[in-house]
Write a protein that binds this ligand. Sequence first.
Ligand SMILES: C[S@@+](CC[C@H](N)C(=O)[O-])C[C@H]1O[C@@H](n2cnc3c(N)ncnc32)[C@H](O)[C@@H]1O
Length: 250
Amino acid sequence: MKAGELVMLKTSHRGKVREFIVTVREDEFHTDFGKVDLALLLEKDFGDHITAHKGQEFIIQRPRMPDFFNHAKRTGAPMMPKDIGLIIAYTGLNKNDSVLDAGTGSGILAMYLGSIAKRVLSYEVRENFADVARKNVMNAGLDNVEIRCGDIVQEISSLGESFDVVTLDTQDSKDVVPHVSGILNPGGFMVTYSPFFEQTKEIRDAMAEANFYDVRTIECTEREISFSERGTRPSTTRVGHTGFITIARA
Ligand SMILES: C[S@@+](CC[C@H](N)C(=O)[O-])C[C@H]1O[C@@H](n2cnc3c(N)ncnc32)[C@H](O)[C@@H]1O
């Protein structure tokens, strides 16, 4: 392993999985299981084990985006993986794409998009939220996600660049929609995420006014199945409504 590499240390304690994301470096990492000498990771590979000074053993894994989702600091409600998956699938996001995203929030959507696309530019109006998101992006080792502090409604007309995909998750998305065709590459997609029907209808009206085509609004429901001695059935604790996703093309 190389210095600076991100690593996940995973262990099991009293039937519970515990995990930590650390950087390979000349330092010690303190856990409730004792100290882990991070320099020892330089001689290890993914899949190897490392032992804390009190004897607890950790498996070393490469963290992936769902791990960064679990470990990222939250400033508000992040977009859920089920909705992010839908955005990635329906836009056909790929490694050549440039993406404009707003608002950044905790940066969860921006990070997932950045793990696939060439570049992500994300706007967040609140400076303290932008700072947290920048840290999350850095902790995920992404150098292609740029977070700018600013109001997307004001900034969108003067960006001076074009994008293949635009994702909007702000209360005022309907005010951004009229400006998106000016910065979207031909055949590109715009996606909005809105928790309420009323907000979604306003977005749809704005899209119709701006002559977008192939407009679709989707809600994705996720149902986990629980397995127990008593039987198998959909889990009774479940993620309820999150938001509506509206997809349109320029
Ligand atoms: C629901 S959160 C976005 C969550 C984000 N998609 C994620 O996955 O972490 C909405 C964010 O938009 C920001 N926001 C609201 N209006 C904005 C605007 N006009 N320009 C930029 N950011 C805005 C808010 O401050 C808030 O952090």
